[in-house]
Design a protein. Structure first.
Length: 174
């Protein structure tokens, strides 16, 4: 009977010991681009990048509007049975579309190169990764995933996004 007294509490303790021995993996996500933009939004290189990006977007929009206008003129020419004008306009649309696609590719490539240069600032990333390490260790995260460098993240809860916390900590250390 005495054995039964000890056996029952022991049976309840065994699962608790197993649960305590298991380590639950905690993940966090971080938006490094947003941190960089927030942290360096006043820097000249970021302003230059944003200015070029805006200028290129405006130019692409202007060219797109020109193409739409030419397409409408072609539809009007076809409606008026002016086939020669409609053909000329179709050729103009094709040329402008081809140029627009090439221009867009070239400018997007240029912007990507500028953005990579902005993001590859070693001093900044050393500070960023140190801050991520400190937050991850203090909050018990086993892994921190980047939203932009790993496109396999389909969904995440906002409770695991530590971006704002990293920004606050980095700002307070300046």
């Amino acid at each position: 009977m005495k054995r039964m007294k000890w056996l029952i509490p022991l049976l309840f303790l065994i699962p608790l010991c197993g649960a305590a021995a298991q380590q639950i993996t905690k993940f966090a996500v971080i938006d490094t681009t947003r941190i960089y933009t927030t942290f360096y939004r006043d820097s000249r290189s970021v302003r230059d990048y944003e200015t070029k990006k805006s200028r290129y977007q405006q130019e692409i929009q202007r060219m797109s509007d020109d193409v739409k206008n030419l397409r409408q003129q072609r539809v009007d020419a076809e409606a008026a049975n002016d086939t020669s004008r409609a053909k000329r306009l179709e050729q103009s649309v094709e040329k402008k579309m081809s140029f627009l696609l090439e221009y867009s590719k070239a400018k997007n490539s240029e912007l990507d190169t500028l953005k990579k240069r902005l993001v590859s600032d070693d001093d900044f990333y050393s500070m960023l990764y140190e801050e991520i390490r400190l937050i991850a260790e203090s909050d018990g995260y086993s892994m921190v995933l980047s939203l932009h460098e790993n496109s396999s993240i389909i969904w995440y809860s906002s409770t695991v996004d530590i971006t704002d916390k990293v920004i606050r900590n980095m700002t307070s250390r300046q």
